[in-house]
Design a protein around this ligand. Structure first.
Ligand SMILES: [Mg+2]
Length: 324
């Protein structure tokens, strides 16, 4: 088996788990390329030769992993998402077992699922066009301001940084959103409008019921509450009911579609998968890329295809460097 591990050392808390994973992944006769990302890496260059490998492992936070996944779109290489970031929401939504040895085994078993990505595009204040991939959620309004506020604290506080930022910004501004979903136009007042490929956020809270990344559709979520305290209530009820079905309808509204445009009257920050992509936009578009990626799933994942196919790379339980 030939594998490439692409690791972002700047993501998360600098854990050594990826080396434990590599040790469990490689067997006698294998070849493994370990690629460490530079701070200013260009995703297309990093994965340029990915098709030469049997498997491509992406180790980093949500922002770096989804950027690389987007660069790997519509290529057939099996991709394993390894959780090395602060929140690892994409990994959590895929639902694989998180232990490094279990993930290495899933790579050797080699069962994959075909999943959608979102392609986000916008024009910045200088008139330059930008396009980026998203695997979780992107949005304008309060969620983007939260990400901006949480950014300096992420390294020290981890996920708690997002909650700390929510309490520090209790009165978000209300925006007028014009939302076009597959040609159908809606006007809504709210603090945030997000487009989701995946809807499980920090704390395993499912903010949209039945949001899946293999249905060829994106979910649009409008948060209509006017202060963060009101938003935290549905979030806490989500902790009790993780299916998301009990979340109060007055606060959140959902749409589902393939092509979405979100406009605001004022410039608002745009957030993509936890990173602030632009400090001021009045419009962004999201388009679904159905089945764009081929990701490794284990039997814990709800994306595990019904398959009794044998392991793709045999000897899934044998390891090359047995511990004495
Ligand atoms: Mg979907």
């Amino acid at each position: 088996m030939r594998s490439v591990i692409i690791h972002n050392p700047l993501s998360g808390f600098g854990s050594d788990a990826i080396f434990e994973f590599e040790r469990a992944l490689v067997h006698a006769g294998d070849e493994c390329t370990f690629r460490v990302l530079a701070p200013d890496f260009v995703p297309e260059d990093v994965v340029g030769d990915a098709d030469d490998f049997d498997i491509c492992v992406l180790s980093g936070g949500d922002g770096s992993v989804t950027g690389l996944l987007y660069a790997l779109r519509n290529r057939n290489v099996p991709v394993c998402v390894f959780p090395s970031g602060t929140a690892n929401l994409l990994f959590a939504n895929v639902g694989n077992a998180p232990e490094p040895a279990a993930l290495a085994r899933a790579c050797r078993v080699g069962h994959t699922a075909s999943v959608d990505l979102a392609e986000i595009s916008w024009v910045d204040e200088r008139g330059n066009e930008h396009v980026r991939g998203s695997g979780i959620m992107s949005g304008t309004g309060f969620d983007a301001r939260l990400m901006e506020a949480a950014l300096p604290k992420k390294a020290a506080m981890g996920q708690a940084a997002y909650f700390a930022a929510a309490f520090a910004n209790p009165r978000p501004t209300v925006e007028e959103f014009t939302i076009v979903v597959d040609g159908q136009k809606y006007h809504r007042r709210g603090i945030s409008c997000m487009v989701a490929d995946n809807a499980m956020i920090q704390g395993d809270i499912q903010i949209v019921p039945d949001c899946r990344m293999d249905d060829g559709l994106l979910d649009v979520i409008v948060i209509e509450t006017q202060d963060a305290a009101q938003m935290l209530r549905p979030l806490f009820s989500g902790i009790v009911d993780r299916s998301g079905k009990s979340i109060g309808r007055p606060h959140l509204e959902f749409f589902r579609g393939r092509e979405i445009t979100v406009r605001t009257e004022r410039h608002v920050p745009l957030e993509i998968d936890g990173d602030v992509a632009s400090s001021g936009v009045t419009e962004y578009r999201a388009k679904v890329l159905p089945g764009a990626c081929n990701i490794v799933v284990d039997s814990m994942s709800s994306y595990q295809p019904c398959s009794d196919a044998p392991a793709r790379f045999a000897d899934a339980d044998e390891i090359a460097f047995p511990k004495e």
